[in-house]
Write a protein that binds this ligand. Structure first.
Ligand SMILES: Nc1ncnc2c1ncn2[C@@H]1O[C@H](COP(=O)(O)OP(=O)(O)O)[C@@H](O)[C@H]1O
Ligand SMILES: [Mg+2]
Length: 323
């Protein structure tokens, strides 16, 4: 049966011919009769039990095949050879299948993300580029559990991010991700050290432990002597380094950045980017960096370009050795 509603229960857009809207090529997007587990009524296409590569679901209508060892399901014709590069069998840090995000804007419907499939391996540093409004922030927010997709699935280190309880998602997000934003998002009334330790305190960590880790993180970004300063007493580059310290203080495996250097001048943005590259090299932290800046993308090992909600290109690039 064709899925006829979004996760939030709203109906999918309907074409003038009365058919539920399908993808731009006219292929149906979702089914919900794919055997044991299979697609769920909330739009996530998941198997309940892990399957090995290429195994087909019993009792299905051959419209789906299982891929990978986590039981992800994709429509046939978009099988695993198209989704997972040959030879790559380790658990990806971040994986998305058939992501769509629709926004209602008055009478019209914006398709902000359209059928995006992405796999990012642990330790990769990936840039996401594309013109303003092409869906970069929406995609990042979905991949990080901030904003639910209209349909599709996301997994983080092999664990699904949606179709679980809010508490479970909050825990998974908190343990897995650090965030760096264009406008730093520091709390102005708190000192640098207080900003950095806040996520640990919110998680229930003892204050002295949280402060110790915050000072260590500030030392890592070269701001050990600025712990008592409030954001207004710091330069833009220093504020972003405080934000980097806050992103790494709980040692997440993945750091998601939305235009991290968008508010910084050239030199400062180079410094911040060098800091991120160093973390990627030394600690194998996975990075996904949305950026307009070709210099930032050039420091990444892979660049994904987006256009009109879709992935346009996905290419490996070789960053220059750190001078
Ligand atoms: N909350 C929202 N409500 C309605 N439309 C939105 C919302 N957020 C984003 N959009 C629209 O989705 C599209 C993608 O936006 P966005 O992901 O912010 O693009 P980018 O980050 O690439 O500039 C744009 O057309 C934008 O106007
Ligand atoms: Mg954006």
């Amino acid at each position: 049966m064709r899925l006829d509603r979004r996760i939030d229960g709203a109906p999918l857009p309907v074409h003038s011919d009365g058919q539920t809207k399908s993808d731009p090529l006219g292929k149906p997007q979702f089914h919900d009769d794919v055997g044991d587990g299979g697609a769920r009524s909330d739009g996530f296409v998941m198997a309940s039990t892990p399957k090995s590569f290429g195994q087909r679901a019993e009792g299905n209508d051959n419209d789906f095949e299982f891929i990978g060892s986590f039981g992800h399901v994709v429509p046939s014709g978009q099988g695993f050879m198209n989704t997972i590069p040959f030879g790559s069998f380790m658990t990806p840090a971040l994986e998305a299948h058939s992501l769509w995000k629709l926004y209602e804007a008055g009478e019209s419907l914006v398709e902000a993300v359209r059928d995006v499939n992405i796999k990012i391996d642990s330790g990769e540093m990936v840039a996401v580029m594309g013109p303003s409004g092409c869906g970069k922030t929406t995609l990042l927010n979905i991949l990080s559990g901030i904003d639910e997709p209209s349909s599709g699935m996301v997994s983080v280190n092999g664990e699904k991010l949606y179709g679980i309880s809010d508490d479970a998602r909050t825990d998974l997000r908190g343990a897995s991700f650090g965030f760096i934003f264009q406008d730093f998002n520091l709390l102005p009334v708190l000192s640098a050290a207080e900003n950095v330790e806040l996520p640990l305190l919110l998680k229930g960590e003892a204050p002295h432990e949280a402060r110790k880790k915050a000072l260590e993180a500030l030392e890592m970004v070269g701001l050990e002597d600025r712990g008592e300063h409030r954001p207004a007493e710091l330069s833009g580059g220093q504020q972003q380094r405080v934000a980097v310290a806050r992103a790494i203080v709980h040692q997440p495996s993945i750091i998601l950045c939305d235009e991290p250097t968008g508010n910084l001048d050239n030199n400062t943005s180079k410094e911040v980017m060098s800091l991120l590259s160093e973390m990627n090299r030394n600690q194998r932290t996975t990075f996904l960096i949305v950026t307009h800046d070709a210099n930032i993308a050039a420091k990444c090992q892979r660049t994904i370009t987006m256009s009109d909600g879709m992935v346009l290109t996905d290419s490996i690039t070789t960053p220059p050795e750190e001078e």
